[in-house]
Design a protein around this ligand. Sequence first.
Ligand SMILES: O=c1[nH]cnc2c1ncn2[C@H]1C[C@H](O)[C@@H](CO)O1
Ligand SMILES: [Zn+2]
Length: 376
Amino acid sequence: MAPTQAEILAAPKVLLHDHLDGGLRPETVVELAAEIGHELPADDAGELRRWFVESADSGSLERYLETFVHTVAVMQTAEALTRVAAECAEDLAADGVVYAEVRYAPELHLGGGLTLDEVVEAVETGFRLGEQRAAEAGRPIRVATLLTAMRHAARSSEIAELVIRYRESGVVGFDIAGAEAGFPPTRHLDAFEYLRRENAHFTIHAGEAFGLPSIWEALQWCGADRLGHGVRIVDDISVDSEGHTRLGRLAAYVRDKRIPLELCPSSNIQTGAAESIAEHPFGLLARLRFRVTVNTDNRLMSDTSMSRELTLLSEAFGYDLGEFQWFAVNALKSAFIPFDERLALINDVVKPGYAALTAQRTLAGLRPDRVSPRSA
Ligand SMILES: O=c1[nH]cnc2c1ncn2[C@H]1C[C@H](O)[C@@H](CO)O1
Ligand SMILES: [Zn+2]
């Protein structure tokens, strides 16, 4: 059966790919911009919300990324960073997210005179504050941080060192983001090699706006633990007229090695990586049992949430609570926090949460859902 909105909201969700500077509340952007005299394309929060979605709906990653100028502009002081991070944790918790890895690029927040370390400390303060407020509101969440380096810039080694410096203080991994075409991940090999020597984790935005060579470099040259998007791995999968599928060597490697795909359906529609949710490779990749995870990417630019992404996928592919649990477990298995902590979240939070939802259906006289998690 189709899950109800109440069930989707209540279902424990796990999010691995969410940008801090892509998830601000429009009201907060308006308030912070007024404080610093930053001119916005719209001064009314509702209009600004629409502006972000319409402008990001450009069919090109480069133009999509231009919208970040207005969010980054209002995130240049410790107070603003702390506020935005706290609200991020609260908003995710209110949406039923129980564990999230949120990323941002510290190098984009130095315009007000903060150092890289001060940026990280302000954001961590905000996440702890947001976690505390969420717990008080009865929606506990754990937020971990990934530090991003911009792939067109040359600060990745510095950011990788920052990850190691703050690995005991909430930072669990590294990422590179920004325009993909023309900026291959191997430009940042020094950073990746350093992180591997430090036994640290990293993901790489790859296979979003550029195809297989980007994914291949991210995995086989750089050693990425996960793929940010990775959706273009479908270019290495052929489906014949009878529906038989054949995996090329790279696709087979990704599936065999259980490389997590941080799939972000709505974002992909906006940047032109997919035509529609119904045609999104998520359905095929899930059917072929890749390690798929569901993500928001940029909640502001896509006007989305984890609940909305799950709703869209459910409508397109018929997913129910069984699949939602599978996606959440997949994400936790792929998270960058220690194994015992991942296991505790799976066994103490995610599975009991889905069991409770199933029990409610049974109580309501509906048939029990198939909450029999597939092995990921
Ligand atoms: O989907 C994306 N692909 C590549 N880069 C992205 C995406 N979403 C956000 N970014 C960039 C813009 C942000 O300023 C930066 C750090 O969060 O990451
Ligand atoms: Zn992203």
